[in-house]
Write a protein that binds this ligand. Structure first.
Ligand SMILES: Cc1cc2nc3c(=O)[nH]c(=O)nc-3n(C[C@H](O)[C@H](O)[C@H](O)COP(=O)(O)OP(=O)(O)OC[C@H]3O[C@@H](n4cnc5c(N)ncnc54)[C@H](O)[C@@H]3O)c2cc1C
Length: 549
């Protein structure tokens, strides 16, 4: 595609992705120097359309970025007032008291927010400072300079033919060049993946680890609603099959965020994360809360879980990775938005100094140093062993040893050093013959729903005549390898029902990719045991249209 003629626009900093990381970087750059030319490109139809984390927000990132956010009307309206942890069994639950929890697990001072709305508000602040924000503009390619540095991106390609070629209705998009390009695409970003591979940024680090998070918004009976209540659960229904757990956050308007995360290093390819989520809602404690209510939205997104030891090198010539493009989620706290914001601030500060020195296209070492020595590293280092201990020795060990380790780390030491994650999530998948299929109850249409019905509540839309953005390196692998070996787990790990194996009498099985359903969670790119699926960005504006997730 390099022979395509495109217009080019020059900026100081080009930012890919209008999540908390990208928007924080844009705001800080303009706070430091209002003359800097800064552009933010977002693939969602509007800022917030692809933001899923309806969230408990630790405001430390926002405090550092916009200290008077309250006066400026930031949508942080619901302080957390109650924090509950439960261990679930099939028919009951045990409350884990708060006092043995290390202080970092306390949600006092945090807020239940719609991160989509927080990002919409941050975009307004950025635009007031003069940042150019273009939603509906997917960045589909990196542009490299003469010395191999990243010098920009291609954005805004529309109307490709189904085979990926240019046709009469194709708009070739444009090149946006910057002295520095910030990739703030969130978890498993497609351009970030290219940069990590090209510059070997993961070398010497542990593999990145992931979970898949699914979420519904429910409107519930006001009598059961408890504004500001936060509940986390572990245990049933996952049991020993996988790590993970749930969250239930009571936000405004009698709504609750009901979410479920399944760690993607599960071994049994018969596991069906979406159905685990649906089953979870039938637990008596959860069913009682939701009964009589209605589900008003659904979405899904991968979440990075590798933490401190999995963060790749974050800079390469001309480019820096921000937020969850690096993987900055504090797993036991299920929080990454504060670190995404702090990373945006750090990247902006480093770029500002470099640009003032007349530099461009080089490595922003100052940014990496700020992340690895500052508050982000401090936050992530304390909890670095919780996930690998859970993966190696199970939930009970993680509660006891992981809890102990968080306590000792709070005091400044660890008995375990740094525990390794080992295998990637794709490699963790074992052959189907070693495991029993799992029998999932049929959704009842009241508390639990089939996948396609739920996907319609994500308002997902893709122009059908474009090329499929879920690329198979080898078309034969799903049926020839994945089906006999792993019972083709794509049919189950995808929370949007994109992948099907169609088996008709007298015919060979067929692998079907319904890319129109894709909610951009990236689970397939992560979990496919043959690593045969690559998620690339479809044209801008496509994908989910989340309201206030
Ligand atoms: C289910 C779930 C629950 C969570 N709960 C919490 C919580 O309670 N509290 C908390 O603090 N954190 C939570 N997190 C983690 C949090 O979501 C992330 O840490 C945070 O979103 C990272 O911010 P980011 O800016 O790096 O990426 P994102 O928020 O993912 O933003 C990336 C943006 O870039 C855009 N983009 C990506 N690629 C391109 C491209 N090529 N071209 C143009 N645009 C692109 C995307 O559309 C998106 O808008 C949760 C995550 C999940 C999945």
């Amino acid at each position: 595609m390099s022979e395509i003629e495109r217009e080019a626009m020059e900026y100081d900093v080009v930012i890919v992705g209008a999540g908390p990381a990208g928007l924080s970087a844009a705001i800080r750059l303009k706070q430091l120097d209002s003359d800097l030319d800064v552009v933010v490109l977002e693939k969602g139809s509007e800022v917030g359309a692809h933001i899923l984390s309806g969230a408990v927000l630790d405001p430390c990132g926002l405090d550092a970025l916009i200290p008077d956010w309250k006066a400026k009307g930031a949508p942080l309206n619901t302080p957390v007032k109650e924090d509950n942890f439960y261990m679930l069994g099939e028919a009951g639950e045990i409350r884990i008291p708060n006092f043995p929890m290390p202080p970092l697990m306390n949600n006092h001072g945090n807020y239940i927010v719609s991160m989509g709305n927080v990002c919409r508000w941050m975009a307004e602040q950025a635009e007031e400072l003069g940042v150019e924000i273009f939603p509906g503009m997917a960045c589909s390619e990196l542009v490299y300079g003469e010395n191999g540095e990243v010098k920009g991106v291609v954005a805004g390609v529309f109307g490709l033919e189904e085979d990926g070629s240019y046709g009469p209705n194709t708009e070739p998009g444009m090149e946006l060049h910057g002295k520095y390009v910030f990739l703030s695409e969130g978890v498993r970003g497609s351009l970030s993946k290219e940069v990590i591979a090209k510059y070997n940024l993961q070398d010497g680090k542990e593999p990145q680890k992931f979970g898949v998070g699914m979420k519904e918004i429910w409107e519930i009976d006001p009598a059961k609603h408890n504004l500001g209540e936060v509940t986390h659960t572990m245990g049933w229904p996952l049991g020993k099959n996988a790590g993970g757990g749930s969250f239930i956050y009571h936000l405004e308007n009698n709504q609750v965020y009901v979410g479920f995360v399944v760690h993607l290093n599960y071994k049994n390819p018969h596991l069906f994360p979406y159905m685990e989520f649906q089953r979870f809602k039938h637990h008596p404690m959860v069913a009682e809360l939701l009964k009589g209510g209605k589900r008003v939205a659904y979405g899904a997104r991968a979440i990075s879980e590798g933490g401190y030891q999995s963060m790749p090198k974050m800079v390469a010539p001309g480019v820096a990775l921000l937020g969850c493009s690096v993987g900055m989620v504090n797993v036991p706290r299920i929080k990454g938005n504060h670190n995404a914001m702090l990373s945006g601030i750090h990247a902006a500060e480093a770029a500002f100094v470099a640009i003032k020195n007349g530099q461009s296209g080089d490595e922003l070492d100052g940014y990496e140093a700020l992340v690895r020595t500052g508050p982000i590293a401090k936050d992530l280092k304390k909890v670095r062993n919780v996930k690998p201990i859970w993966s190696k020795w199970g939930l009970t060990a993680s509660l006891m040893l992981g809890g102990l380790d968080m306590w000792t780390n709070t005091l400044g030491f660890s008995l375990f050093g740094t525990v390794k994650h080992g295998k990637s999530d794709a490699e963790a998948t074992e052959e189907a013959s070693k495991h029993k299929p799992i029998d999932y109850p049929k959704p009842d249409g009241k508390l639990s729903f089939d996948r396609l019905t739920n996907v319609s509540f994500s308002m997902t839309n893709h122009e059908e005549s474009q090329p499929c953005h879920l690329r198979l390196a080898d078309d034969s692998v799903p049926v020839a390898v994945n089906l006999p070996k792993f019972a083709e787990p794509a049919q189950r790990y995808c929370p949007a029902g994109v992948y099907e194996v169609v088996e008709e009498e007298g015919k060979d099985p067929r692998f079907v990719v319904n890319f129109q359903n894709c909610v951009h969670c990236k689970t397939c790119d992560i979990k496919d045991p043959s690593q045969n699926i690559t998620w690339v960005t479809p044209q801008g504006g496509d994908g989910p249209n989340y309201p206030n997730m």
